[in-house]
Design a protein around this ligand. Sequence first.
Ligand code: ATP
Ligand code: MG
Length: 395
Amino acid sequence: MNLKIAKALEIVKIIEDAGGKAHVVGGAVRDTLLGRPIEDVDLATSFTPEEVSKVFSKVIPIGIDHGTVLVRYESESYEVTTYRTEEGYNDYRHPDQVEFVRSVEQDLARRDFTINAMALDANEQIIDPYGGREDLEKRLIRAVGHAKDRFSEDPLRMMRALRFSSQLGFCLDKSTYEAISHQVSLLSKISIERIAVEFEKLCKGQDYQVMLLRLKELKVHHYLPVFKENLDQIKVIPSVRLHGFSELIPFYCVKGSPYEIAEWIKAWKQSNQVKRNASIIFEAVRSYEHKPLPVVIYAVPSHLIDSFVNVLQAADVTIDHSSVQKAYDKLPIHSRKQLDFQAEDLMQQYPSLPKGPWIGEYLNKIEQAVVIELIPNENQAIKEWIKTWSPPETD
Ligand code: ATP
Ligand code: MG
């Protein structure tokens, strides 16, 4: 058995020894049955958060209203949620009422898809009231209960259906597909932040190309920021999977999106960090056509090199990760700080000149020359090289 699941079942047993009931639920059960790697293991229990807190020494309340606590156990964290039902979704966001219940079967009924509505008990038996295992075999995403009702309760589930299809390479069950097609407009009730999370996961999934086509067919893009104002944008499909908005935004901008990076960021409510990364990648991809590779990648921080290559590949440029990484490792310098010639050296060389923008411009030129190995990164050599230039203009 998977080690992570085995550890989680120890928690289940501790709760049961204390008189409660508990199960591993949701994605971890699904991914175990599929033999996929497991991210986090979620647990559900008959115990209330207070009761859970009495059993474990380290418990962090993270969503007490929804019955969720984080249990620290042998250096790992587990979300432990009291069995609950949800009723009324009048704001399309949060259930109006969360009611704690005593059985795991009742808890499974509130879950979105049959493959996500299975539980594993202490004896490693699977509780599967909605045919999740059968759907795993048929490779189907099927809503628990009536798809139409489940999607009108929480329209985000429509996006989730597409993202699980993409991640797992599964088909949408017919009635689930039809339910999306009939009430896709309810997506307008959902916060952009929640939609963004699912859209990123969809684009990262193995079957993203099929699911982007499906998304278009179902008119989901009519409710996605930027896409809804530029309906043809959805026809532009990346050639490789892209990981998050730092890659997606430069990709669409390179492919001629009428929206600029700042507009994408605002519309999708992304952070300043995503904005910075997207801008760096965009500039690098754009300059790739007319600048030498070392100059292009010198401007990219090492943690964005893979993203830079991804976006180029997505835009049909033939390039591979390892050759770019090699070129990056081979750069004579990786930042201006490593240049063996600084502003002071420049001022010494031209003692009569006042400080001014010329210093930055000169350092820039030197930096670029070192990066393309026109001159070595050696103080003396740089000094000699500068002597061949006409003196700087300062006015
Ligand atoms: P991942 O590996 O992507 O985290 P996951 O199945 O764990 O997949 P989560 O979004 O973490 O997905 O949700 C955990 C579980 O909670 C799901 O498996 C599902 O049972 C339930 N769930 C989450 N969101 C919803 C929702 N909007 N409606 C109904 N059930 C949901
Ligand atoms: Mg999860």
